[in-house]
Design a protein. Structure first.
Length: 241
């Protein structure tokens, strides 16, 4: 029975049908989203699993849980297919042509792992920060807005902005400049300057994130590029031979 299950998991037909199922779930989601825009409006503002647990209306989110389960199933199938190929069919004959798809599979798995870690343990919150008023996004990190410079357009609206942040962690303090396209990284967090709220005095709107899956996703992307480049090179050399 275990052998039958193993053969089912490593079958290409299983992979193709899994992709078809995922595409079907995505189609369902594309139809449900427009009908429930208010409900799904905050899904991009915090890690996925935290949002799902806070919005546990199963009639609206079942397809997302099904997508997560389907991707996990596809990931398991990819791991087993790769191991099965390396164990039974890898040889020195046309080694590069044979091994590079497995490198690409590994890259995809790393990207999937990165998304899983970020969706599970990530942190993403927006803060309205006033000059001189410190905030603590985490217990051991303190942020203070020291300076805020605005460039206004002819209508008096903020066209560009930059700020100086003082960041403190365990007695260490640094001052960094942050701009809309120039985020700051400190203490394992990313600080992004989203906008400026025009109140009695300008208020900086910062998005503060922790993305534990980013290194894994980056490694996966590098492996995909390396594997794809090497695969094309091997195919080109084969066609010339």
């Amino acid at each position: 029975m275990l052998n039958t299950l193993y053969r089912f998991l490593v079958s290409l037909s299983t992979v193709f049908w899994s992709f078809a199922l995922l595409l079907g779930l995505m189609l369902v989601g594309s139809l449900m989203l427009p009908e429930n825009l208010a409900f799904f409006s905050g899904i991009d503002d915090e890690p996925l699993f935290r949002w799902l647990l806070a919005n546990a209306e199963i009639t609206k989110v079942w397809w997302i849980w099904a997508l997560v389960a389907g991707i996990a199933w596809l990931g398991l199938s990819t791991v087993l297919c790769t191991l099965d190929f390396l164990r039974t069919r890898l040889s020195r004959v046309r080694f590069l042509l044979r091994v590079t798809p497995q490198v690409m599979h590994l890259g995809v798995l790393f990207v999937m792992l990165g998304h899983l870690l970020t969706g599970s343990y990530g942190f993403k919150t927006d803060y309205m920060v006033r000059k001189g008023d410190p905030i603590e996004p985490l217990e051991n990190i303190r942020l203070t807005l020291e300076n805020l410079d605005l460039t206004l357009d002819e209508l008096g609206l903020a066209a560009d902005w930059r700020a100086d942040l003082r960041l403190e962690e365990q007695g260490q303090s640094v001052t960094r400049q942050i701009r809309p396209a120039g985020p700051v990284y400190f203490g394992g967090l990313g600080f992004y300057f989203k906008s400026v709220a025009m109140e009695e005095e300008p208020v900086a709107v910062l998005r503060i994130c922790r993305d534990p899956g980013a290194p894994w996703a980056l490694a996966g992307g590098i492996l995909l590029i390396m594997g794809g480049t090497a695969f094309l090179y091997a195919r080109f050399r084969k066609s010339e031979a």
